[in-house]
Design a protein around this ligand. Structure first.
Ligand SMILES: *[C@@H]1O[C@H](CO)[C@@H](O)[C@H](O)[C@H]1NC(C)=O
Ligand SMILES: *[C@@H]1O[C@H](CO)[C@@H](O)[C@H](O)[C@H]1NC(C)=O
Length: 325
């Protein structure tokens, strides 16, 4: 089920590939709708005993939706794509609710992963660290996208939006959130934080620390924060370099930002690439590019991107590939 290659394959757009600051709704606008939520660093194994949030602390789906729509969810500026239309954003909400019903994966959790992976842009590009990770949920070998080959589809049809959510939920394959939750098992809320880590990196580190090991270290603590109402407009308090060594029970609170006035823009994602993830930098070919235009020696390029065939015949425009830093 979870192959070794999957471990380096799953990704999130923002940890590696698209570090550009997001131009979101102004914090002022966000604050008028929702209180700013301080980021808490959750260390350890995902259990409430180690300080992670109880499900009763999660915000409702409607509240989470409002908070994210007000701040980040409409924008595709970070990808140079047309922003979501109101209808497309409305359709994400509708699709999450429908797919939650068919998959049994909670809508709040689906939304948190959508925001973590693509910030809700329906035209999010495909990343590839060995396998295609397309769409709103950057799902492992997903088959739905409104950005095939770097061409944004406008409008993004409802069926495609729903397909992207189904891919991530795990209705179209065997490595989605549903399977991650089943793999973890149990009824305790920690299964969500553990499943988020599995979704990102294919496995949980041997010591059970959800923020350690390979891949995006802040992923699980980011998802937990999203479930209790943190959005990208609020300050990010997780340090990718040190979180792996933060143990359980250390719920540090980051400043919540100014309480009024001031158009302060907060960096959306201050995470840096993981030390062992191998993908510190990416390159996205345009139509007409080939492996040599990446500027990287082919053997190196191929070793970083195992999906590339021996003749580089399957390079795809608009897909982000790993290159050496
Ligand atoms: C896209 O949305 C962002 C954030 O709301 C906004 O700043 C930007 O101007 C929008 N772009 C277009 C082309 O409307
Ligand atoms: C790759 O593209 C460059 C630039 O267009 C070109 O000079 C080169 O011949 C191409 N290489 C291959 C193997 O097609």
């Amino acid at each position: 089920m979870f192959t070794a290659s999957y471990i380096i394959a799953a990704s999130q757009l923002f940890a590696f590939a698209f570090g550009a600051p997001l131009v979101g709704a102004s914090p002022k606008q966000a604050r008028s709708l929702v209180a700013r939520t301080a980021y808490k660093v959750f260390g350890g194994d995902g259990t409430p005993a180690q300080g992670w949030p109880q499900e009763s602390e999660w915000k409702s789906f409607e509240d989470l939706w409002s908070a994210n729509v007000a701040t980040t969810l409409q924008s595709c500026t970070q990808f140079g794509m047309d922003n979501n239309s109101q209808e497309e954003s409305d359709n994400i909400k509708k699709a999450i609710q429908e797919v939650s019903g068919t998959s049994g994966v909670k809508a709040e959790f689906l939304l948190a992963i959508v925001m973590q992976e693509s910030k809700g842009c329906v035209r999010a590009p495909t990343t590839n660290y060995g396998f295609d990770n397309p769409g709103l949920m950057q799902s492992f070998q997903g088959t739905h996208s409104c950005n095939p080959n770097g061409q944004g589809v406008v409008p993004c049809p409802y069926d495609m939006i729903k397909g992207m959510i189904e891919d991530g939920a795990g209705l179209n394959g065997d490595v989605g959130l549903k399977e991650g939750l089943a793999q973890v098992g149990g009824d305790d809320v920690s299964k969500y934080y553990k499943a988020s880590r599995i979704y990102n990196s294919g496995s949980i580190a041997g010591d059970g620390n959800l923020n350690g090991g390979i891949a995006t270290h802040c992923y699980a603590t980011d998802v937990a924060n999203r479930l209790i109402g943190w959005t990208d407009a609020d300050q990010h308090g997780c340090d990718e370099a040190t979180i792996g060594s933060v143990g359980g029970g250390s719920a540090n609170t980051a400043p919540a930002g100014p309480s009024d006035g001031g158009e302060t823009t907060t960096p959306v994602d201050t995470t840096t690439p993981p030390a062992t993830g191998g993908c510190a930098k990416t390159w996205t070919p345009n139509a007409g590019d080939n492996c040599s235009t990446s500027g990287v020696d082919f053997a190196t390029f191929q070793s970083l991107n195992p999906s590339i065939d021996a003749n580089c015949a399957n390079l795809q425009a608009g897909t982000a590939y790993c290159v050496p830093n």
